[in-house]
Every structure is written in structure tokens, then in C-alpha cells.
Design a binder for this molecule. Structure first.
Ligand code: GLA
Length: 692
């Protein structure tokens, strides 16, 4: 029974974890436990009843409330702050009742005076060992209530102020670096204020007691299904109570909760493991695969001509690239930016989503038919949320962009952002993209978003202006969701100048993420390792390009074979040997891709930890087959060989590993070191096979 409920006590259990809370003697909804599942429901600690002991220390400071507001004297980060119509700025919530609906526990709280109802939703994802949390804020009265902050959850950890905050940070071209930092007393914030999820931080947290590693140690982790401004506020109180607030960012946020309406927060996910960061990642990977629109569908090897032709797209050149790509074994040919009306450079055309009359006088069909005739699928790039001032769309609707009157409309890459919160903008995009997909045999779309926000105004909106942050994302989901419903076979990729829109919200619409605009093989080792903390390899689009031309083709191929393989190089510049090398590895990739894309991933050697080596292993879910990639970047000789212990094998079965003599037990491969001698910028891929 995953939800144990009485009128005062609730325990949410997954296969191996549990989260418990209940009412204390003061009637306050307080946290009790988050960790390993215990044998009996009576094993979880009872709610604490802190007492006051001085005029400066009220019990509220010690109470670990599940969803605190700013009443009493807490001086901690509240999960919810509102302003009532009469100016009162404090909500006082009291438990009223609970219900179990659709496998989720709903806890109802009611303000003691005002018509404000809060429903906390907890859903155990039992087999996945994750718990979903969200909140519904409802106005049951006659006057509006202003919401100033509304987080999805406050997750409490066992008492202690010795936690490490493990998070992902970076920049454009350099996303997803894992940082492991001691959580100081006070509040530590990671967030996005950029309208998209951001290159700079990802809404992911993992807390450990300072000693977890890939294979062992307690880790409490989570993330948020949201593709706009988000915030994580990790707080360690004066009393060594550590908690994570996660949700829509309250920075510049506002929401008018009108009578009889509700605000539903995005879902946050939380998980616990005692098996280290590797197990935490595999838990997220397994669940994320289950929510992807196309689930376990294997991704095709693609070729994207962007880095070969940039904006010089025309039928003849694209046909040529398609033919070379086909000869290498590519299965999906993608035309990137530059194909639509007026798009000769980055300063014009965005918004006019029909084929450029000059470059494609007969539309896209002749090229698509050629590509299909070569036996490949056809895909295309769009950037729906953007508009260039030099476009028919902007000339007709200059008021459709995000802007304030009397303020500069700051351009980035000569483009402005369409206000996706507007219904007319959503309708326009649905109409034009639907037409593109209806008229053409397109099976793959790369959806890009190439700038961050400025002047976040919505002059035409008569309500609370600061709702734009949330309504924009809802509009984005509506457009994407409608198109996905109308064209269910299309595979969508979420790109935002690389990995700035990588989150569990967008992965309900997109099957893949464009990991980074940085496609250099050595840089990618670190970026991919960070990405894999949260996202599975099938969502990680990885191209081989000419960014680091001196790196061996083999090395570049191996790096990209760790995800969903693509080629983005200018293949006309590759000589026969290089093309043969690429073709050879594409063939190998097709054999191993079920293991890479859908198997369990083990980070054997961290490149982010320094030292120049990197190694990652993938095992099929049944542990029958695996593949190991190892890389050496630059390290001055002499050095020891790379020594690795395999992971995820059945200890009692026999396995062979390519390059090593004979078979050994899984236990032997996992408990003893295997040595790999690699030269600078050399890499290796080894098949692992269960043989008995
Ligand atoms: C972004 C993407 C690139 C490419 C260009 C096209 O930068 O990340 O892969 O699609 O836009 O303008």
C-alpha cells in the first residue's frame, strides 16, 4: 500500500523509499521522515512538538512544516505568500481533511479566516522510487487574492547542517557542470530569471552528507517539471534543519487569483537512495524515459547540415549532403536554420514559417522526396517563439512581442520574443507549423529558442502583468502540445542555443534535448557527464562536428556514441578515410544503441573530477550486454594506465570484455581493476557480453 493515511498521519511509500508527515499536537502539518522505506508503518518517527523557551524562540522556528506560509515567527523561507484583498499579508493555514484520488494523496488546508484553500498533492511513483509533489491554491471567495510566491514543495531532509549541495551550473557553450558544495547556514539559491530553464543552472538538486560517491552514500535528490523561471532555495536553519524549496521563481512573479479560480504549481519530483549519485541518476533516467512522448523508441542516426552550410541552404547543396550522409549510414536528414522566408542571415525571417521562395521555388517537397528516396527521414529546424523585426509577421503585429511601452526593445541576434502568453500568438504558430507538418513529410523537428528575455512587459494584458512568466510557459506548452497531438509521429527536439531548455516539463513534449552548442569532443565529455546526472542518454542528442578538427574522428565518434548519435560536420571536407571511419562507427552504433539509449548508465571515471580520463558504461536492463567507452584527453606522460571496475553486471554470471582474454565472473569484473592503456586523445569502445 503506497499511501498510508489516518486523520493525523500520512506515509507515502515507494518500492524502496518513504516520506512521512503528520499533524503535531498544535495541529500543524509537519514533516516526519524522508529516507529508506522501513519495515512497518509504525516505524516512522512521530511529529515533533517543539516548545518555546524564550521570547526570541517560538516553536514555529523549530517546526518543520510541510508547506509553511509566513505566519507566526518562523523567519524561514515560506512556500506560499499571498496578499488578501484587504491588504492582509499573512495566510494562516489549518488542516481540514484528506482524500486519495488517482493514486495521489490530497491534503486540504484552509485559511482560518479568508477564503483560501490549499491542496498539497503527493503521488508515489512506486516502481520508480520517486514522489511527485505539487500544490493547488484556490480562491473560494468573492475578491481576488494576490499570490506573491507559490512553490511546488518544501522538501525536508533529516536534521543536520552537514549537507553538500550538488547542482548543475554553466553557461552557453559550457552547460551542465556538476558542483558539489557544502551547504552553508542560511539560504542558497539557484534559479532562472531568463524565461527559459537556462544554460546557467538546471532545476536539479542532490544533497548528500559529504561522502556519497557514484556507488554509495545517501543522496536526496529532485527536480522540477517546468520550462520557465524556476527557483531552488536550499535553506539550513539556525537549528540545523535543512530543506529544499522548489518551484516557479518568485522573482518578478505575481498572480491575481480571481474568485473561483485555482493556481496549480508545476510538479516537483523527489527521490532518495543510499547507493550514491549513480543510482540517483538511473532513477531519474528510468522515470524520464517513461514520460517521453515516444517512450523507448530508438532514435535514428541523424545528419544536420547547419555547421556545413549555415544559412546557405538550397535544394542542390542539401541533396549533396544528404547523399554523402546516406552513404555513411545516416537515417534522418535535418535541414537547420536558413530554409524559411527571407532567412539569408540571422537578421531576418523569423516568424515567417514558410519555405523561402528564392531557395525553394517549388517548396520543400522536391528536397524531402529526394531525401526519402535515399531511404532517410526528413527533419527541419524552427524557432517559433522568435521574430525578427525584419519579417512579415513583425510588420503586421509589432505588438505581439514581449515589451514595455516607452522602453527599448532590446534585440539579441536581431530578434525579439513573441509573447507566447497571448492566444493570438499561439493560434498563429499552431496554424503555420501545422500547415508545414501537414503539407510535408517531416518526421523530426528541432525547436529552438535562441535568446533570453528583456523588458518583460505585456501592455495589452489588463490583469497582473507579472503573470507573464507563467502564462508564457503555459502558452508554449499549449502550442507544442497541440502540434504534438495533431502530428503524433513527429519526434521533437528541445533546443535553446544548446541545453538551455532541458527539464522534465519539456520532456513531456520533446523526446530529445540539444545538449549544447559546444560540439567539441573534449568539452563534450564534461558537458555530457553533467547532463547525465538528470537525463538519460536517449534524450541526449550528440553530434560529431568539425569543432575540434585535430581530434581523431574516432574520438569524436565515440564521444557522440554515448548519446543519440548525430553528425553535424561538413562532410564534403572529409576525405575518404574519415568517411569510412565514420561509417564504421555508425554501423557499430546501430548495434549498441539499444544498450546506450535504453540501458543503465554507470559513470566509471569522471572527467569533471580532473585527471584527463573519462569512462562511462551502459548495460542492458537485463544485464546481458554492455558497452564501455573510455577516453583520454591530454595528460603529460608518464602516467599509470586507466584502471576501471565495471558496474551493473550479474555477479554470478560469466562475462567477456572486448580486448581482454577469456571470461570472468561479473563479481570479478566489478571487484578487480581492469587496465586500459590510452595515448593522449585516444579512446576505446569495448563490448561486454554475458556468456554464461
Ligand atoms: C542555435 C542552435 C544551433 C543552430 C542555430 C541556428 O544556436 O543551438 O544548433 O540550430 O541556432 O541558428
Amino acid at each position: 500500500m503506497p499511501i498510508h493515511a489516518t486523520n493525523t498521519s500520512w506515509v507515502i511509500e515507494t518500492a524502496n523509499t518513504a516520506y512521512a508527515f503528520g499533524l503535531n499536537e498544535a495541529g500543524c502539518l509537519v514533516h516526519r521522515y524522508w529516507g529508506a522505506r522501513l519495515p512497518s508503518v509504525n516505524d516512522y518517527p512521530p511529529p515533533a512538538n517543539p516548545a518555546a523557551w524564550s521570547s526570541f524562540n517560538r516553536p514555529a522556528q523549530l517546526t518543520r512544516e510541510e508547506y509553511p506560509t509566513n505566519n507566526d515567527q518562523k523567519f524561514i523561507e515560506p512556500a506560499l505568500t499571498v496578499v488578501f484583498a484587504d491588504g492582509v499579508r499573512v495566510a494562516e493555514l489549518q488542516y481540514t481533511n484528506y482524500a486519495i484520488q488517482n493514486d495521489a494523496l490530497h491534503i486540504e488546508l484552509q485559511d482560518t479566516y479568508y477564503p483560501l484553500r490549499v491542496t498539497l498533492v503527493y503521488r508515489p511513483l512506486v516502481g520508480y522510487d520517486l514522489i511527485e509533489r505539487s500544490a493547488i491554491i484556490q480562491n473560494t471567495g468573492q475578491e481576488s487574492i494576490a499570490i506573491e510566491r507559490v512553490f511546488s514543495a518544501q522538501w525536508h531532509l533529516p536534521y543536520g547542517d552537514d549537507y553538500r549541495f550538488n547542482h548543475l551550473t554553466g553557461r552557453w557553450l559550457d552547460e551542465f557542470h556538476i558542483r558539489r558544495e557544502k551547504l552553508a547556514r542560511g539560504v542558497t539559491v539557484t534559479e532562472s530569471r531568463r524565461l527559459h530553464t537556462s544554460h546557467n543552472h538546471n532545476p536539479y538538486f542532490a544533497l548528500d552528507r559529504g561522502s556519497a560517491d557514484e556507488d554509495q552514500g545517501e543522496v536526496w535528490f529532485g527536480t522540477l517539471a517546468w520550462s520557465g523561471n524556476w527557483k531552488i532555495a536550499a535553506e539550513v536553519t539556525d537549528w540545523a534543519s535543512t530543506r529544499i524549496n522548489i518551484g516557479v521563481n518568485d522573482w518578478d512573479f505575481g498572480w491575481e487569483l480571481k474568485p473561483d479560480t485555482r493556481f496549480t504549481t508545476p510538479i516537483s519530483f523527489g527521490g532518495y537512495t543510499a547507493q550514491g549519485f549513480g543510482a540517483a541518476s538511473r532513477t531519474l533516467h528510468t522515470y524520464i524515459r517513461s514520460i517521453l512522448p515516444h517512450g523507448d523508441t530508438l532514435h535514428k542516426v541523424l545528419y544536420n547540415s547547419w555547421e556545413a552550410t549555415f544559412f546557405n541552404v538550397d535544394v542542390e547543396s542539401q541533396k549533396r549532403y544528404a547523399e554523402i550522409a546516406r552513404d555513411l549510414g545516416v537515417e534522418l536528414f535535418v535541414v537547420d536554420d536558413g530554409w524559411f522566408q527571407g532567412r539569408d542571415l540571422d537578421n531576418a525571417g523569423l516568424g515567417d514559417w514558410w519555405p523561402d521562395a528564392k531557395k525553394f521555388p517549388d517548396g520543400l517537397k522536391p528536397l524531402i522526396e529526394h531525401v526519402n528516396g535515399l531511404g532517410m527521414d526528413f527533419g527541419i529546424w524552427v524557432e517559433p517563439e522568435m521574430v525578427n523585426p525584419d519579417s512579415d509577421l513583425y510588420r503586421a503585429h509589432p505588438d505581439w512581442v514581449i515589451h514595455f511601452p516607452n522602453r527599448t526593445r532590446t534585440e539579441n541576434r536581431s530578434q525579439l520574443i513573441l509573447n507566447m502568453a497571448r492566444q493570438d500568438v499561439q493560434d498563429y504558430l499552431i496554424e503555420h507549423l501545422d500547415k508545414l507538418l501537414t503539407e510535408n513529410n517531416i518526421t523530426f523537428i528541432k525547436w529552438d529558442m535562441n535568446r533570453t528575455v528583456s523588458e518583460p512587459g505585456w501592455p495589452a494584458y489588463e490583469g497582473e502583468q507579472r503573470e507573464i512568466w507563467v502564462r508564457y510557459v503555459e502558452g508554449l506548452y499549449n502550442v507544442w502540445g497541440t502540434l504534438r497531438q495533431r502530428h503524433p509521429n513527429v519526434i521533437w527536439q528541445s533546443c535553446s542555443g544548446g541545453g538551455a531548455r532541458a527539464d522534465m516539463g519539456i520532456l513531456r513534449y520533446a523526446d530529445q534535448i540539444w545538449t549544447s552548442d559546444n560540439t567539441g569532443g573534449t568539452a563534450r565529455l564534461a558537458i555530457q557527464e553533467g547532463f547525465s546526472q538528470v537525463f538519460p542518454a536517449n534524450t541526449m542528442e550528440a553530434w560529431v562536428t568539425d569543432t575540434e578538427p585535430n581530434l581523431p574522428v574516432t574520438f569524436r565518434m565515440h564521444v557522440s556514441m554515448c548519446g543519440s548519435l548525430g553528425i553535424g560536420a561538413n562532410l564534403t571536407h572529409w576525405n575518404a578515410d574519415e568517411r569510412a571511419e565514420a561509417a564504421k562507427w555508425i554501423a557499430v552504433y546501430k548495434e549498441i544503441r539499444p544498450i546506450v539509449q535504453l540501458g543503465n548508465q554507470y559513470r566509471l571515471q569522471s572527467v569533471q573530477a580532473g585527471g584527463g580520463f573519462s569512462a562511462v558504461q551502459y548495460m542492458s536492463k537485463d544485464r546481458g550486454e554492455g558497452v564501455l567507452f573510455a577516453f583520454r584527453t591530454h595528460i603529460p606522460d608518464p602516467i599509470n594506465p586507466l584502471s576501471l571496475r565495471l558496474r551493473g553486471l550479474d555477479p554470478l554470471s560469466q562475462y567477456t570484455v572486448e580486448g581482454f582474454e577469456g571470461s570472468r565472473s561479473g563479481a570479478a569484473w566489478m571487484q578487480t581493476d581492469s587496465l586500459f592503456t590510452l595515448k593522449n586523445f585516444e579512446s576505446t569502445v569495448r563490448r561486454i557480453r554475458q556468456v554464461g
